[in-house]
Design a protein around this ligand. Sequence first.
Ligand SMILES: [Zn+2]
Length: 187
Amino acid sequence: MRTLLLIDLQPDFCPGGALGVRGGEETIAVANALAPRFEHVVCTQDYHPEGHSSFHQHGGPWPPHCVQGTAGAELHPELRVEPDAVFPKGTRHEADSYSGFADDDGVPTGLHAYLQERGVRELVALGLATDYCVKATVLHALERGYQVFVVREGCRAVELDPGDGDRALAEMAQAGARVVSLDQVIS
Ligand SMILES: [Zn+2]
């Protein structure tokens, strides 16, 4: 069974957000275009407690973002999708989580168990950001035996270094993901 996996489509990762990714808002339309074609849609949600270990103030790499209970941490308001399930990640102070499958210390989010129970073998993935959470989630999905398609137009990259987005897509493809266009998924 095929499932659409929407990764961290949250206001804080879009322009104007706490950790805005250039063009991030353009991924929402891609998700909205695809969702009606899927019987099953699941979302991941970056969802940190205040003062999370990934924030600058605690020596982490990022400005505070996706703080639990704030508007920036919610699923994007323009997302017209009724997900079957939402999997929050990075919810404990001490562990960050780029991957939607497991926190950095290995604690599972529940996504894998959920998909296994439903017999899902194939994931069509998109979201934010290509070079962090999309990459980590896709690599974990491949390790867990899923066939993964990554929708290029549905992803945008942070690009701390120019080219990080393309390198991340190449890394996912190298690991076995198929990087596809929106048209390829729809047709
Ligand atoms: Zn985060």
